[in-house]
Design a protein around this ligand. Sequence first.
Ligand code: PAF
Length: 257
Amino acid sequence: MILHSHLDSWLETRRRLTGQSIGFVPTMGALHAGHVSLIERARRENEIVVLSIFVNPTQFDDPGDLAQYPKTLESDLEMARKSGCDHVIFPNERQMYPDGYRYRVSENELSKILCGAHRLGHFDGVLTVVLKLLHIAQPTRAYFGEKDFQQLELVRGMVKSFFLPVEIVSCAIVREGDGLAMSSRNTRLSHVDRKHAPHFHQILTQAANADEARRALTEDGFDVDYVEDIAFGPSTRRFGAVRMGPVRLIDNCEVQR
Ligand code: PAF
């Protein structure tokens, strides 16, 4: 596995990788089994697997959340190696934002609801960094998890709108044994909150409608940001976000309407 802490090193390598399929997994580090499933799928479907680790400051609306975001580079690299990555790119902020974020991508509909309504500017930051990363990695396929379903749909839309030559591959949510969706933020839950957290998924999937889910979550002690049912093509998904102390959890599932 080759490490690239500088973009020039990766771009030099990329110029030589012609004619081989490249699977790309963009991450903010603090890797867990959900990321490993993306890497393993990329491994199965491509000749070369590239992982990026960059905690993107522009997608955080809360400086406290950015400061608390887990940074575990050594164990991330170990996990990347074991899961079969060929290259890991981990640039710093100066390299990723030579323009100081003067240039950015924004979307005006889907990015304004759900998480976008609660985390101002979040999706501008996500789309901008994903566009940069796709130009940097120049992959055949890029892998995104369905836990961040809104992000996935926005990335798909951006790729289509800007004619980017990459296939976006969506991967099912990976859950803990008790149903909690895997997230880098789970490690920041207190012991008590971690035991309570699986109720989020249970209530979200079992409630008859979004209003009932919101009410049941609140009664169960969650601080609810939102629960909404939204149609995506032929299916309807229920999206939820809750806060447990300083930690914000999101999840989603398909529902019958
Ligand atoms: O899903 C994430 O980890 C991030 O939003 C991403 C796609 C790596 C962009 O920073």
